[in-house]
Design a protein. Structure first.
Ligand SMILES: [Zn+2]
Length: 245
């Protein structure tokens, strides 16, 4: 009996020693598993910093926007019109409205310029071409829209939506080919963005100013440009304002 008890004691101490040994091995394995993700994370952080520095500081974060002294971005109060000749605009059907209490009876977050085919479209303000993209808005007369987004400063971004008014998808490529700009370009006020492709009767450019959210463009125009745009509006709609609350 005594011999058997001693034997059991011996095996249990062996197994305790075995467990301790196994724990040590396990800890080593865990440490290896922990070091691996930390290394990957470090490599990713270094890569992001290097890429950010190469991009000249213009990341997708608007708060880091830097125009590197190209123009005065402190206050946009010198915006121009987006056409070179008032005769290129064939109609005025809608300005900016925050409710349906306006002549066109619907909320509309921008100004619609009914450009003639192949008319020159110019930049209303300087900025960085953040995005050129297109959308398929589904079954309608006006399916394809080409979006050009130009950032002026940390908060103000200007959108030019080219609406050729077509259900033919080839209109997207044709309109993009008629643009003189690419994503990543800097434009000055008055620079040519491209020519307008008019394929349908109601083709136009939807022009919108975003200051956080879409806002009435009126305060951003220079006095001269505001007089010019109101002479355009009143040539088609003698009693209309540019914006309605
Ligand atoms: Zn519009």
């Amino acid at each position: 009996m005594a011999g058997r008890a001693r034997f059991e004691l011996w095996t249990s101490s062996m197994s305790i020693k075995g467990q301790v040994f196994e724990h040590a091995l396990l800890r080593k394995r865990i440490m290896r598993k922990e070091t691996c993700p930390i290394l990957v994370l470090l490599i990713v952080i270094i890569a992001v910093v290097v890429l950010y520095m190469q991009s000249g500081g213009n990341s997708n974060d608007p708060s880091l926007f830097d125009n590197e002294g190209r123009y005065d971005s402190s206050n946009l109060n010198y915006m121009g019109v987006i056409y070179t000749d008032q005769a290129d605009i064939l109609g005025w059907s809608g300005g900016y409205s925050e409710s349906d209490n306006c002549p066109w009876g619907a909320v509309h977050n921008g100004l619609d310029f009914g450009f003639n085919n192949e008319s020159i479209v110019i930049a209303a303000a300087p900025g960085f071409v953040e995005e050129i993209s297109w959308t398929d808005t589904g079954p309608a007369d006006n399916v394809y829209m080409i979006h050009v987004s130009i950032r002026f400063n940390e908060t103000i971004q200007i959108g030019y939506v080219f609406e050729p008014w077509t259900t033919d998808s080839s209109g997207v490529d044709r309109q993009i080919e008629m643009l003189d700009i690419e994503e990543g370009d800097w434009v000055a006020k008055g620079d040519t963005l491209g020519e307008f492709l008019k394929l349908g009767i109601s083709a136009h450019i939807h022009f919108a100013v975003y200051d956080g959210e879409a806002t009435c463009p009126q305060p951003f125009f220079s006095d001269e440009a505001y007089i010019e745009i109101m002479s355009l509006v009143h040539s088609y709609q003698p009693t209309w304002n540019l914006c309605y609350p």
